[in-house]
Design a protein around this ligand. Structure first.
Ligand code: E4P
Length: 218
């Protein structure tokens, strides 16, 4: 399973790259705004900086909601770097844009996925990645496990090539579940990735090893 970081924070991206676990990056307009990035040129420049840190796929989300606008934005975004992936919302014109971009050999990430029906449509339109939002589903007490399982099963039966990119990850447990349920990629805040490190028995065990070493070598 590939690890993407879900952030526009360059420090977080660098840290994941330094750990050797970074396969790509996803962003969205909220994450860009959180970093204080606004204005067309600043946004393009920021994507360029992200692409200088990683060769992995970097999802850049369009703001337009009509086909022509999405295509126009996509053509500008794709020229930033060869690893830019155009992130398109699951709406009617978004499906048209997915089909058109796929026809041009441009990679896409279909975002805001909350149902198996949406997943089928995105794959049919040729999306490279599909982003089911695990956290937001669980936030309203639906079960993101069931959705992921259903999509993975459908894609396997139908031999659909679209990669499942588990998104809206809130915790290390979401990462474990995404891996178990067959997500090809998980995109998460660095904090959730670092949470995978933690186990009290690891800390206790290390403390004991070091204490024994100190005793034997004092
Ligand atoms: C990723 O591509 C999504 O935009 C992101 O994971 C959404 O996460 P959130 O639900 O924490 O905002």
């Amino acid at each position: 399973m590939k690890f993407f970081v879900d952030t526009a924070d360059l420090e977080e991206i660098r840290e994941a790259a330094d750990m050797g676990i970074l396969d790509g990056v996803t962003t969205n307009p909220s994450l860009m705004a959180k970093q204080g990035i606004s204005g067309k040129q600043n946004i393009l420049d920021h994507y360029k900086r992200i692409c200088e840190i990683t060769d992995g796929d970097v999802s850049a989300e369009v703001i337009s909601t009509d086909f022509d606008g999405m295509m126009e934005e996509a053509m500008v975004l794709k020229d930033i770097a060869p690893n830019i992936v155009i992130k398109i919302p699951m709406i009617r014109d978004g499906v048209k844009a997915l089909s058109a971009l796929s026809g041009k050999g441009i990679k896409t990430n279909c975002t805001l996925i909350f149902s198996a029906g949406q997943a089928i449509l995105a794959a049919k339109a040729g999306a490279t990645y599909l982003s089911p939002f695990m956290g937001r589903i669980d936030d309203i007490s639906w079960d993101s496990d069931l959705l992921l399982e259903e999509i993975a099963e459908i894609y396997e039966i139908q031999e659909m090539d679209t990669e499942i990119l588990a998104a809206s990850i809130r915790s290390p447990l979401h990462i474990v579940k995404a891996a178990r349920l067959g997500a090809h990629v998980v995109t998460c805040p660095l904090k959730a990735i670092l949470g995978l490190l933690n186990h009290p028995l690891t800390d206790i065990g290390l403390e004991k090893f070091l204490a024994d070493h100190r005793k034997a070598n004092s």
